[in-house]
Design a protein around this ligand. Structure first.
Ligand code: ADP
Ligand code: MG
Length: 345
């Protein structure tokens, strides 16, 4: 499990140039939360204090949003599923629930945080994960329906309509946490920082020398640290979802952790990874999971319909497609020579 998480951190990595001069040295911090390693690189005064504040915030968010620990807000919501009672939740939880519902609507249910019962049944992160019984999978599909998340925004309350329903924020919470980290950097007057929460990268500003951050995109079929290209970014987030993050192979079939709510099985839409580039990481996180489920054509259409969102799609045919806004900032660089960069369709 831990080994698996260590891989996460390397899904993205900054390609550091060794030219940073001493006054521009970054403060670097590494910690563990939300089931993953978190790396921060901060330039400026009081960087240690700022990184500590970010870590504290992320731990707080983890405890309220996880489904794995009792006593959190999502735990409260799940435990009362179907009993008709409203749960008073904090503003941040309501915000994330509302974001999740928004992207469920936009993706016509490809993204759906009520996927919890199916995630539990598949239990991909277990020591010896097994393919569940087909009829059990089919019976749980019925419990997955984001329209059953009822929210009374004015009173900051929510409830789940039916007994047995489970909200799982695994596909969106890290994005929200990354956004909160950027807010904390800004609050302290930091103008240059990078944070990576297990594949959710967000950068504030550019590098101190004025150049953009250069972030490598993991080659989904090569060892960690090999990439298919790089992106030059400032003030953006980059979030990838892929079939290579958490999976097991049985009878030559790869069973991974992103489920198609319509089938109950790992999404099988012809993609091996999707990467979203936009301003808010909470949006990018939901959209990377959603587009992975939707596949190239529908995923691309979804992304192109939302202002300020760009994407990279890697298909099972080993082709790479990017949306038009990335033309000048994406550099294709596949040492493995396994992938083909398709410039125009
Ligand atoms: P990761 O968190 O591993 O970087 P994702 O953001 O794509 O990857 O989220 C995958 C997680 O989201 C799963 O582990 C599960 O908890 C949850 N999930 C799986 N399928 C869906 C789905 N269709 N919609 C929303 N959440 C999902
Ligand atoms: Mg996601």
């Amino acid at each position: 499990m831990i080994k698996c998480k260590i891989l996460f951190i390397l899904l993205f990595f900054i390609i550091t140039t060794s030219c940073s001069n001493s006054s521009n040295n970054a403060f670097e911090d590494q910690s563990f939360a939300m089931g993953t390693i978190i790396t921060q690189q901060i330039y400026g005064n009081d960087s240690k204090k700022v990184s500590d504040e970010v870590n504290t915030k992320i731990h707080e968010l983890e405890s309220i949003m996880t489904i794995n620990a009792p006593g959190g807000e999502i735990d409260k919501l799940n435990n009362s599923a179907g009993d008709g009672s409203w749960n008073t939740l904090n503003k941040e939880t309501i915000y994330v629930l509302k974001k999740a519902i928004k992207f469920s609507d936009l993706s016509e249910g490809a993204f759906d945080i009520t996927i919890g019962p199916l995630v539990k049944k598949w239990n991909i992160s277990a020591e010896n994960p097994q393919v569940p019984n087909d009829s059990e999978v089919k019976s749980l599909i019925n419990l997955t329906n984001y329209k059953d998340i009822l929210i009374d925004e004015q009173n900051l309350q929510a409830r789940l309509a039916r007994k047995g329903q489970i909200v799982d924020l695994g596909g969106i919470a890290k994005g929200y946490a990354a956004d909160q980290a950027i807010s904390i950097y800004k609050k302290h007057g930091i103008t240059s920082a990078y944070i990576n929460l297990g594949g959710n990268v967000s950068v504030l500003g550019g590098k101190p020398d004025g150049s953009p951050w250069i972030v490598g995109i993991q080659n989904p079929r090569q060892p960690i640290g090999r990439y298919i290209g790089t992106l030059k970014i400032r003030d953006k987030t980059i979030v990838t979802s892929g079939d290579y993050e958490r999976y097991f192979i049985k009878d030559n079939i790869r069973y991974h952790h992103i489920l198609n709510p319509k089938t109950g099985y790992p999404a099988d839409s012809g993609l091996i990874s999707t990467t979203i580039i936009t301003g808010l990481s909470v949006d990018a996180d939901a959209l990377s999971t959603a587009t992975f489920v939707l596949g190239l054509d529908k995923g691309r259409k979804l992304v192109e319909g939302i202002e300020g969102v760009e994407a990279i799609f890697v298909t099972t045919n080993k082709e790479i497609f990017i949306t038009s806004g990335l033309k000048n900032i994406f550099t294709f660089d596949d040492e493995s020579k396994e992938f083909k960069y398709v410039k125009e369709r």
